[in-house]
Structure formats: structure tokens, C-alpha cells
Design a protein around this ligand. Structure first.
Ligand SMILES: [Zn+2]
Length: 298
């Protein structure tokens, strides 16, 4: 039975073998547990590509591989990483070309497709939640704010950089843009704003009545509601999953209330938020789902 290989690149790179939307062998991860979490930042772009290629060869040893799918953070187009704010050295890297040279069983070239990491997460959630026949959107909340959608379509979709305020003092986004969602919600942005406390403490202090923290927590929720409302006004209502390291701070009741204030046209109402925990495996599965769909239609 032909299998696919999925790759998810985030803080680390995970590579796995997938059959029928399930990971069927141990996932290879680098840097591994115990290694420096910022190790990837120090590796030159080509070497990151070569390392992924080696892991693909290891995972695919002796297997009939149909397709290789990769989820990589940043803007990717036609196999090239055009911009990746958290791994700046890879800008311009032709990852598809490096991975296409992987030597696999039979020696025939295996198609490689590169996607944004948030999009493969959306595809993985769709596959593992029985939602492959509908359209879903996914917010991933961490240092950066990822916006993924399934089914995958060509486009930029940098929803994390949606402008949610016209206040020129809102300048904490990692990309340098003013008024961006990530500049309010991102972990790094929160640390820049509250240099005297950790994000956990900000949310805790808001609960116990601290006015400054309380105001910020409302802004934090309104920002995500605003970006979601923009997506609804562009793309229609639907299901929005929320995941990632800081998704636990979300008050879904508050989100629903703010969204209701922001989306008033009747045909656009009825969107739902759902929290979900995700893993490397879900991203790996999603990468293969997207790669299989794209290679089938082209
Ligand atoms: Zn930005």
C-alpha cells in the first residue's frame, strides 16, 4: 500500500510516515528533546533542508512513497520559502528542490509540496475530526499567530497580521507592522508590552481585578474577534478552531459575545469557535492530506 511522508516545521522539525490519515511509524524529530530549543535558528538554510531530506530518506526507507507534504512557517510559493519571520535565514530557500532530490525506494522522483504550517494544521484537524468534506479555519496562538484554512487554496492568508486597530502605538508585531493581531495576541508581543510580568500573570491578575491587565485581556479577545469577523466578512461564516500554547487563555463566552457585536448581517452569522489541542502528528497528517489533494488535481 503506498504511503506518504509528512513534515511539520515549527520550533522543531518532525517527519512521519502516513497511511490513510494515520501516522504509522515513530516520528523523527530534530532538534530533539533536551537540545537547545533555538537550535534551528543557528543552522544555515541549506543545512536545514538537507537535514529534512535525510530524515525523509530514513522514514521512507523500503517504503513505496506516493507524495511528500511539508508544512513550513511563513509565506511559501511554488516550493520556495519567500519569508519566514521566525527562521529568517531560510528566506529564498528552494525547499522543494532540495527535498525532491531525496533518494527513495525505486529511485523514481516523488512529488514534494510545500505549504504554510498553519494550513497543514487545518488539514490535519479536518482529517482527524472527520471534517474533510467541509471548510474550516484554525487560529494557532503562540509567539506568532497562525491562520490556517482547509481546504487549501493558493493564496497568502497571513491572518495573524490582520490589522485590528488603527492605534499607531500598537507596534509589537514581530513583522514590524502597526495594529496587527499578532502584536496584541502573540506571546512575544505580550512580553514586550508587560515587561514586568509573564503572560500567565497578566491573565491571572485580570481575574483578580487588576485594571490594566483586565483592559488588556478584553483587548486580547476583541482582537481575535475582529480578525475572525474580517475573515467571516471575506469568506463567510463557519467553524473556527483555536489551538496553540496560549489558546488556554481564551474565554469562549467572551469571544462569542464580541464576535456577535462585530458580525451583524444575518447570512454571516452562526460561526462557532472550538478549542482543540494539536500535536506534531496532526500537522504531519495534514501535510500529506494537502500534498495528496494538490498532486491529484494538477
Ligand atoms: Zn505583523
Amino acid at each position: 500500500m503506498p504511503r506518504s511522508i509528512g513534515v511539520l516545521a515549527r520550533e522543531h522539525i518532525a517527519v512521519g510516515l502516513v497511511e490513510e490519515h494515520q501516522v504509522v511509524a515513530p516520528v523523527l524529530v530534530f532538534p530533539g528533546k533536551g537540545d537547545d530549543p533555538d537550535a534551528l535558528q543557528a543552522i544555515p538554510a541549506e543545512a536545514i533542508g538537507e537535514r529534512i531530506r535525510e530524515q525523509i530518506e530514513q522514514v521512507g526507507q523500503g517504503q513505496d512513497i506516493d507524495v511528500i507534504g511539508v508544512g513550513f512557517p511563513g509565506i511559501t510559493r511554488e516550493g520556495i520559502i519567500e519569508e519566514s519571520p521566525n527562521l529568517q535565514q531560510v528566506k529564498g530557500l528552494n525547499l522543494q528542490a532540495i527535498l525532491s532530490s531525496a533518494s527513495l525506494k525505486g529511485g523514481a522522483p516523488v512529488p514534494v509540496r510545500i505549504f504554510n504550517d498553519a494550513d497543514v494544521m487545518a488539514a490535519g484537524i479536518a482529517a482527524t475530526q472527520g471534517q474533510l468534506d467541509r471548510s474550516i479555519r484554525v487560529w494557532t496562538l503562540g509567539n506568532g499567530i497562525g491562520f490556517g484554512r482547509y481546504p487549501w487554496t493558493e493564496g497568502t492568508w497571513e491572518g495573524g497580521h490582520s490589522v485590528v486597530t488603527l492605534d499607531p502605538k500598537e507596534h509589537f508585531c514581530g513583522c514590524g507592522g502597526k495594529g496587527h493581531l499578532e502584536g496584541i495576541m502573540g506571546l512575544r508581543a505580550m512580553r514586550l508590552r508587560f515587561w514586568d510580568m509573564e503572560p500567565e500573570e497578566v491573565f491571572e491578575n485580570a481575574r483578580t481585578g487588576d485594571a490594566r491587565c483586565g483592559t488588556f485581556v478584553k483587548l486580547w479577545h476583541r482582537a481575535l474577534a475582529a480578525a475572525t469577523a474580517t475573515s467571516i466578512h471575506m469568506d463567510g461564516p463557519g467553524k473556527f478552531f483555536v489551538t496553540g500554547p496560549t489558546a488556554r487563555f481564551i474565554d469562549l463566552g467572551l469571544m462569542g459575545m464580541y464576535l456577535h457585536e462585530m458580525v451583524k448581517m444575518t447570512p454571516l452569522q452562526g460561526s462557532i469557535f472550538e478549542m482543540i489541542s494539536t500535536s506534531d502528528e496532526i500537522g504531519i497528517i495534514g501535510a500529506t492530506v494537502n500534498a495528496e489533494r494538490v498532486t491529484r488535481t494538477t
